[in-house]
Design a protein around this ligand. Structure first.
Ligand code: A2H
Length: 253
């Protein structure tokens, strides 16, 4: 990684009622599962929210009286980035695991799916971002592989209490056209590299590197109001509009 801090777009995925047990007492508040992304321009293609079932998350209140759910580590970083009332401080309102969030419904900006579900991704890292990841299977090989695992394996859905309707209707959405890969690039590259599952680490790394560079330098928007424009030219504009609409914030680490 580079020298300075990495800038992420923190996408606020709004929890829809009914809230899970551990968050039930916040039902009169806006609760957001916050996902760190490097690709705000792909948010048109979100199909679900990922958490890791065995990972610990907390809920804390922001200075704008929203409740954010993320790892403790990310909350601490946010407290030093003026997300909370008192610099460097955050009150832990609830402690939960990914398991507690599975199957919840959320609403996220830009996506064509008005209601998407919290599903398990087993490869989420504790020491990056917020521990919550937004799934864009059209453009992220990791997301495509993890969603395909759930679609192809009824036993995996069953293990985590995920019903068919939370997974099967959610197809990848064409968002970015990458010359040579088309507008569902993650699916194409996963097939080309014969990626078998979300645990296919090395191949996924290769797939990710290819698409990330190609997508950034050669990608063209295939949907939305910037359709036909280069990714390089619209990335910041889309990020800003999400922030102006209170659907995202900038987060560094
Ligand atoms: B990206 P970097 Cl469409 N564990 O967002 C694993 N992966 C995580 C994570 C964690 N704790 N936190 C964030 N991420 C993912 C969109 C996307 C992303 C697309 C294509 C590529 C891509 C939709 N998911 O990332 O190590 C998030 O997924 C490929 C690099 O900081 C975030 O952006 O470079 C990206 O990894 C951050 O990874």
């Amino acid at each position: 990684e580079g020298v300075g801090p990495q800038e992420y777009t923190l996408v606020k995925m709004k929890l829809l009622a009914p809230y899970p047990k551990k968050l039930a007492r916040f039902e009169n508040k806006t609760v957001c599962l916050v996902a760190a992304t490097l690709r705000p321009e792909t948010m048109y293609g979100q199909t679900n929210c990922w958490v890791r079932p065995d990972m610990k998350y907390i809920a804390f209140e922001t200075k704008t009286n929203e409740v954010f759910v993320c790892t403790r580590r990310a909350a601490r970083n946010m407290a030093f980035q003026e997300f909370t009332k008192v610099q460097g401080k955050f009150d832990v309102l609830a402690e939960l695991t990914g398991q507690d969030l599975l199957g919840c419904a959320v609403a996220s900006a830009l996506t064509v799916y008005p209601k998407i579900y919290v599903l398990p991704m087993l490869t989420i890292k504790e020491d990056k971002g917020t521990g919550i990841v937004t799934c864009v299977p059209s453009d992220s090989p990791d997301d495509y592989a993890a969603l395909t695992d759930l679609k192809k394996k009824p036993a995996l859905r069953e293990k985590y209490g995920i019903s068919d309707d939370m997974v099967l209707p959610f197809d990848p959405v064409p968002v970015v056209d990458i010359p040579g890969y088309g507008n569902l690039a993650a699916e194409v590259i996963c097939e080309q590299l014969k990626i078998q599952s979300q645990n296919d680490k090395e191949k996924l790394l290769e797939a990710k590197e290819i698409l990330y560079t190609k997508g950034f330098y050669e990608g063209i928007m295939a949907t939305g109001e910037h359709k036909g424009q280069k990714i390089q030219d619209v990335k910041k504009t889309i990020q800003k509009s999400m922030i102006d609409n209170n659907r995202a914030v900038i987060y560094y680490e």
